[in-house]
Design a protein around this ligand. Structure first.
Ligand code: ATP
Ligand code: MG
Length: 572
């Protein structure tokens, strides 16, 4: 494979810093940046907000919020006061104590952040839920976690089956005209008079912080428990990977319903005292570009699906905005197609830096740093302090370029602490040699870069060749007619499996047999004959999770007439 490298940008750290860190870095070094290493008092919400509110940053803007109806900003001092008020409401009206599970199920608004931070200040474990979840999805998660409190809105309340949830004691409602009958608490009215002083609950490093259910791309979502110690890695990756500096304006587009939206929508930026942009409402290219322009966003963290949609909206649109403030752009959640990286250079004058991690790893682990050369299509290298490898099913490392299990040596600070209520599932992630096995398939090249190939279950065996769906999909989206592609293996008596591609076309292209043939030849010439899809099916849309991941298991189930499994996280 041809490896093209784009020039490196200047960041907080240069490449030598990383080289040195690879050899010598110890996580206890990173810990020294957190106030607890001096005071012994641990709480992630204190560290993210109050610490700055008590420093020279107190009048610095912590949160810029906008949606189609609201535009607001809050300083660190104001964030401290509002989260204290929310904490007082939760403690006094909903009896929240350390270890209780408090779920937030509401649109992205400042109130969501006040309640998340307030609950964490009480030592509660916060479970964020994406606002689009329907009753079944909400109920499953609240039951599994035995949540005591849910914070939601009057509009979403009908999806909370209160009578079916014996552990659920209180419902905090964020909205107008709330009647405080039975379990209901009127959040907005109580905020007006709640005290801005709160006694923080100091915790242990291994006490619960977040309970995140996974995206459900491969099956039923799992409740992944993270603890306060994860902050060490949230902080360090904020410096190494997000490259945050004092005057940065940072924007992470992920919803807090997914791990990226909490770890890098709350902790990554705020542990560094950065100004954080949060945008509510639906995706709209114009609105997004306007956000970058109006706030002067400098560091921008988004996902391949969003970049592909922006690409689809056309280059002319980009030119209507002044995006010159951008200096560092990152991506996570799905493989980042080389085509998208090249487009980023063209229209943003910025390389998009891919980062790989998952709910279970709790923070970024394999990344492209600002100072390193990017090989488009590669997710980068392990960060210092993280040891990764490609191993076979017995836990033995395989040579470069051989596809295998992407594994990480146990012991990084943000590693999940448990799978809620499921010890067996937790243990199933580990292999002899203390390897945590990700479930993703990848290979490593001779320079130590990792190349994602697909989910282990998605890897296709065709005529004796192993083909990763991502390579085929990336080639497909290089074709001018194709907006998005999902590739699966379809059982075949002769070849074991054949490659079938589901393809969504860009506006203005017609779904014809000639186009199918052209696409097949395009992959044959650009990649390999055996990797060209034998079957191509045009679709208006591909099935995706709400966090924007293509659900290949659903494509496969539809194709083979199998049960589709848990669809709670699928888009409409
Ligand atoms: P579930 O575990 O419920 O099936 P999920 O794995 O999609 O859902 P997440 O934890 O949100 O849930 O996503 C992590 C997965 O996303 C990774 O295992 C990987 O497959 C994919 N992913 C994340 N970042 C990248 C990336 N940079 N390149 C390729 N794949 C990525
Ligand atoms: Mg997963």
């Amino acid at each position: 494979m041809k490896l093209e490298a784009l020039p490196a940008a200047k960041g907080n750290h240069n490449l030598e810093d990383y080289q040195k860190a690879y050899d010598q870095f110890d996580w206890s070094e990173a810990e020294k940046n957190l106030s607890w290493s001096e005071t012994g008092r641990i709480n992630a919400a204190y560290e993210a907000i109050d610490k700055h509110a008590e420093s020279f940053r107190k009048n610095k803007v912590a949160l810029y919020y906008r949606d189609p109806e609201r535009e607001e900003k809050y300083t660190f001092k104001e964030m401290k006061e509002h989260s204290n008020k929310a904490g007082n409401i939760l403690r006094q009206c909903a009896d929240v104590e350390k270890g209780d599970r408090v779920f937030v199920f509401m649109p992205r608004t400042p109130e969501l952040y006040f309640t998340v931070l307030g609950a964490i200040k009480l030592g509660a474990i916060v479970g964020p839920l994406f606002e689009a979840f329907m009753e079944g999805a909400v109920s499953d998660r609240l039951k599994d976690s035995e949540a005591k409190v849910i914070v939601t809105t009057p509009e979403l309340l009908e999806r909370v089956p209160f009578n079916d949830l014996p552990a659920l004691k209180h419902v905090v409602l964020v909205g107008e005209n709330v009647n405080e009958d039975g379990p209901y608490i009127d959040f907005l009215t109580r905020m007006k008079t709640a005290s801005t002083k709160l006694e923080i609950e100091w915790v242990e490093k291994t006490d619960g912080l977040l309970l995140h259910y996974t995206s459900g791309s491969t099956g039923k979502p799992k409740g992944v428990l993270h603890v306060h110690q994860a902050m060490v890695q949230h902080y360090q990756t904020g410096s190494w990977v997000l490259d945050l500096k004092e005057d940065d304006v940072y924007w992470c587009t992920a919803d807090p319903g997914w791990v990226t939206g909490t770890v890098y929508g709350i902790f990554g930026p705020w542990l560094h005292g950065a100004s954080n942009v949060i945008v509510g409402g639906r995706f709209k290219p114009e609105h997004w570009y306007e956000t970058i322009q109006n706030y002067g966003v400098t560091v921008w963290y988004s996902a391949p699906t969003a970049f592909r949609m922006l690409m689809g909206a056309g280059d002319e649109l980009v030119k209507q905005y002044d995006l010159s403030s951008l200096r560092h752009v990152l991506s996570v959640g799905e493989p980042l197609n080389p085509e998208v990286v090249r487009w980023g250079v063209k229209v943003f004058d910025n390389r998009i830096h891919d980062t790989w991690w998952m709910t279970e790893t709790g923070a970024q682990v394999i990344c492209n740093y600002p100072s390193m050369e990017i090989k488009p299509g590669s997710m980068g290298k392990p960060i210092p302090g993280v040891q990764a490898a490609i191993v076979d099913d017995q836990g033995n490392e395989v040579p470069p370029y051989r596809m295998g299990n992407l594994a990480i040596k146990k012991g990084w600070p943000s590693m999940m602490h448990a799978i809620w209520n499921n010890k067996e599932k937790y243990e199933s992630y580990f292999m002899p040699g203390d390897w945590y096995v990700s479930g993703d398939s990848a290979y490593k090249d001779e320079d130590g870069y990792y190349w994602f190939q697909g989910r282990i279950d998605d890897v296709i065996m065709t005529s004796g060749e192993r083909v990763g769906p991502f390579e085929v999909e990336s080639k497909l989206v290089e074709h001018p007619a194709i907006a998005e592609a999902g590739v699966i293996g379809k059982p075949d008596p002769v070849r074991g499996e054949i490659i079938k591609a589901f393809v969504a076309l860009r506006d203005g292209y017609e779904a014809t047999d000639e186009l199918k043939e052209e696409i097949r030849n395009f992959v044959k010439k650009g990649l390999a004959a055996h990797a060209a899809p034998r079957e191509i099916e045009f679709r208006d849309k591909l099935p995706k999770t709400r966090s924007g991941k293509i659900m290949r298991r659903v494509l496969k189930a539809w194709e083979l007439d199998l049960p589709t499994g848990d669809l709670s996280t699928m888009e409409d």
